[in-house]
Write a protein that binds this ligand. Structure first.
Ligand code: GLA
Length: 483
């Protein structure tokens, strides 16, 4: 009963000539230049297939599931401990972060996953081959209960190799069944599953096998415990090198990292973790996005202001920390990508008071603007849209990028990003936004400022015959909806 959209992008020379076997409610649409797409609503739950026909007689079979029990119908939102806390985690600190969700209105804004990253376990397994909680997590049962009592879900972390990326704790390769059993027994809701120190091989096929082993083990463990497998999320963290967007959905994962670890910089050529470098990857894989299959752009950087640990590596001689405009781009584009939204700043200090939970004393004097960005409901709504489409580049030059995003209610979004180091005018011909309908009249809503574009007191009316010129500061992203 929810709208479904599948854009049939083809490689040069290929052409979609038709679709066979479409279930009732779906149709092949040809009203956009550039590609055809499947669109509609399937009334009944079930497993479906259709066949896309290409010129030259080739066929591609597409399988999809219609269900109210999907693990990740919209990209998950929450906190990951890695950038701000790294090894400085303990039960007490996780509880304090869980409190921060409430205190600063993050829970009300939609963030509901408290995810523990690397370094929670002891370096070695127990004599009977089990992962063991580290000394700072001895009251882990109480911790999990506490996080759940706040109405939050709780995530844990492991690795599909011999050891995790920090080397601090064992990986789960070869131990998938016992570890999945423990994660479920301990009542976790999500597993971030990394790919360091892989011992089962490095090819995409090897990775698919290793992740499938964990996906299958988790399903089995959930069923055995009398729980719905879809109540557990497997979050793949293979970093994108093996193009997980092509195969990761087969493993049981419902979101997958597509990029190197994000760093606290606009530009980070060395580690490819700057906002610019993440954009370079994400802008090419938008067509692989869909409901329950999310391309993850990695942790948000907004709010760190150079106070993190691993996030400070890189930056080609620049000081770490995003400025205000760059923070708009970090958050705004992640929402356009429909990436999971994982805050990686310390959310216990969003009151401007000194705070030493991360192992160093930090004052976040920008807390008010940070909070306004990360809790902006009109921007978060782009990310959480049930149609599951990612932003699709309309103009892509070295100085700016403009994207459109299809939305479930038929009112598309537009992002305008200035990549250059100087403020500039960016011109958008609305006729180039293929998601807009010719002949229709639209109002344009500014999502950062919560207002319609006006001339004097009059709300402007736009059609696809109009142009729109906007001055955008260096490195900023402006966001709009067409209503
Ligand atoms: C890798 C991942 C990070 C983080 C660290 C932990 O680098 O990509 O997100 O989980 O490992 O060691």
């Amino acid at each position: 009963g929810k709208p479904f959209m599948h854009k049939l992008l083809t490689f040069a020379g290929d052409e979609v000539t038709g679709v066979e076997g479409l279930p009732k409610g779906l149709a092949l649409m040809s009203d956009r230049p550039g590609y055809k797409y499947i669109y509609g609503k399937v009334p009944a739950a079930g497993e479906y297939k259709y066949t896309v026909m290409l010129n030259g007689g080739r066929k591609v079979e597409v399988g999809f599931t219609v269900s109210k029990d999907l693990a990740q119908p919209t990209p998950f939102m929450g906190v990951l401990t890695w950038n701000a806390f790294q090894s400085h985690i303990s039960s007490d600190i996780i509880k304090a972060i869980a409190d921060g969700f409430d205190t600063f209105g993050l829970k009300a804004a939609g963030y509901d996953h408290m995810c523990i990253d690397d370094e929670w376990a002891k370096h070695d397994r127990s004599a009977d081959g089990r992962l063991q909680w580290g000394p700072k997590f001895q009251d882990y049962e109480d911790l999990v209960r506490y996080v759940h009592s706040k109405g939050l879900k709780i995530g844990t972390y492991s690795d599909a190799g011999s050891y995790t990326c920090s080397g601090a704790q064992p990986g789960s390769y070869g131990y998938e069944d016992v570890d999945a059993e423990d994660f479920v027994k301990w009542d976790f809701d999500l597993l971030k599953y990394d790919f360091c120190n892989s011992i089962g091989g490095d090819t995409p096929e090897d990775a698919e096998k290793a992740y499938t082993a964990m996906g299958t083990a988790l399903d089995k463990a959930m069923s055995k415990a009398g729980k719905k497998p879809s109540d557990f999320k497997l979050y793949m963290c293979e970093w994108g090198g093996r193009q997980p967007w092509l195969w990761a959905a087969n493993t049981g994962a419902t979101c997958w990292r597509c990029t190197a670890d994000t760093r606290d910089y606009w530009d980070d050529p060395a580690y490819r973790g700057g906002v610019k470098q993440v954009l370079d990857v994400m802008k090419k894989i938008w067509a692989y996005q869909g409901v329950n299959r999310w391309n993850d752009a990695d942790m948000l950087i907004v709010g760190l202001h150079g106070t993190g640990y691993p996030s400070n590596a890189g930056g080609a001689g620049h000081k770490p920390g995003l400025n205000y405009e760059e923070s708009l781009t970090n958050f705004g584009l992640w929402c356009m990508f429909a990436s999971p939204l994982t805050l990686s700043n310390n959310i216990t200090n969003l009151d401007g008071k000194p705070n030493d939970l991360t192992g160093k004393t930090v004052v976040n004097k920008d807390y008010a603007t940070d909070l306004a960005i990360i809790t902006n409901q009109e921007v978060i709504a782009l990310d959480q849209d049930p149609l599951g489409q990612a932003g699709e580049p309309i103009y892509d030059t070295k100085d700016y990028i403009v994207m459109q995003k299809d939305m479930a209610d038929g009112h598309p979004a537009l992002s305008v990003t200035n990549l250059s180091d100087l403020g500039r005018n960016i011109r958008v011909k609305l006729g180039d936004l293929t998601a807009l309908k010719a002949g229709k009249t639209y109002k344009m809503r500014d999502l950062w400022n919560h207002c319609f574009l006006t001339t004097g007191k009059k709300v402007n009316k736009y059609t696809t015959n109009d142009e729109f010129v906007i001055w955008v500061p260096a490195h900023a992203t402006y966001l709009y909806r067409f209503l």
